[in-house]
Ligand binder design. Structure first.
Ligand code: HPA
Length: 266
């Protein structure tokens, strides 16, 4: 990790971020009006590059409301063929750089009729439906425990902060359990019924590995999903990535407002 950290510190002039933000679909434009330093993943030692259409691949260092932030513009997914270790490597680097709070965002399919496309959902907990875990392998005891507790990943105090920001903005925010599958195929209607029966509220293909590592490293973790579609079988429509991107564009303003308010409040 030292080579990665040295490279980033050299490029940023030893910038020490407090908050890291991972942009999912619907927040791609978050940094549009901000000044900052951009570093392409491709240039960073040991970073992998995202291959998904509509996802950028760079880190962005900036200041917002007197908070120092680092933004992942484009995340890595398991379905791209990366190991969960590669996907979560940037999170470990953020911790080493000084980050205390990680905000994870994503696009997700709704498992419930009352969670509609363009709704925002605060993640209260998750179900890892991938049978994979980024902590498999030899543990580095200097980073975290071998068997880390996962009973309060998206901490109550962070959830309260997000809810109070939404309230101040007059934005409705749903609350629910995020289910992660590996993707890249969308779910079948039978799988969607199963996830719902298991207690899931929304389903997607990211976020869980980063949240596990964030909690393991002792960072405060916030997760927010943008509901982009009803999951398979809930509506009669066929699912498409274009639909996900389109709803992301429509909801981007309110999503951006909420994230700004959260950063201001942290
Ligand atoms: N399923 C899985 N991942 C998703 C979906 C979905 O319906 N929508 C956006 N990401």
């Amino acid at each position: 990790m030292q080579a990665t950290i040295d490279f980033i510190n050299k490029r940023t002039g030893n910038f020490v971020p407090d908050i890291a933000l991972v942009l999912g679909s619907g927040l791609g434009e978050f940094t549009k009006n901000l000044d900052g330093i951009t570093i392409e993943y491709a240039d960073i030692p040991d970073f992998k590059t995202s291959t998904v259409k509509g996802h950028k691949g760079s880190l962005f260092f900036s200041e917002l409301f007197d908070k120092k932030i680092v933004v992942m513009q484009g995340r890595l997914h398991f379905y791209e063929g990366y190991d969960l270790k590669d996907i979560t490597y940037p999170i470990k680097i953020f911790k080493k750089l000084g980050v205390k709070t990680l905000i994870l965002t994503n696009a997700a399919g709704s498992l419930r009729e009352d969670f509609k496309p363009s709704d925002l959902m605060l993640i209260t907990d998750h179900i890892n439906f991938t049978s994979k875990n980024p902590l498999i392998g030899k543990n580095d005891d200097t980073l975290g425990e071998r068997f880390p507790d996962m009973s309060n990943i998206y901490t109550d105090s962070m959830q309260e902060k997000v809810k109070s920001c939404a309230k101040d903005l007059g934005l409705e925010i749903k609350e629910g359990v995020y289910v992660m599958t590996t993707g890249p195929s969308y779910e079948t209607p039978a799988e969607v019924r199963m996830f719902k029966a298991l207690g899931g509220s929304a389903v997607g293909m990211s976020t869980v590995p980063e949240a596990i590592i964030s909690n393991y490293l002792g960072m405060d973790t916030i997760g927010i999903s943008l509901i982009t579609n009803y999951a398979s079988g809930i509506s009669k429509n066929k699912l498409s990535h274009d639909e996900v991107v389109e709803v992301g564009k429509i909801a981007t303003q309110k999503f951006t407002k909420l994230i700004n308010a959260i950063i201001n409040k942290l």
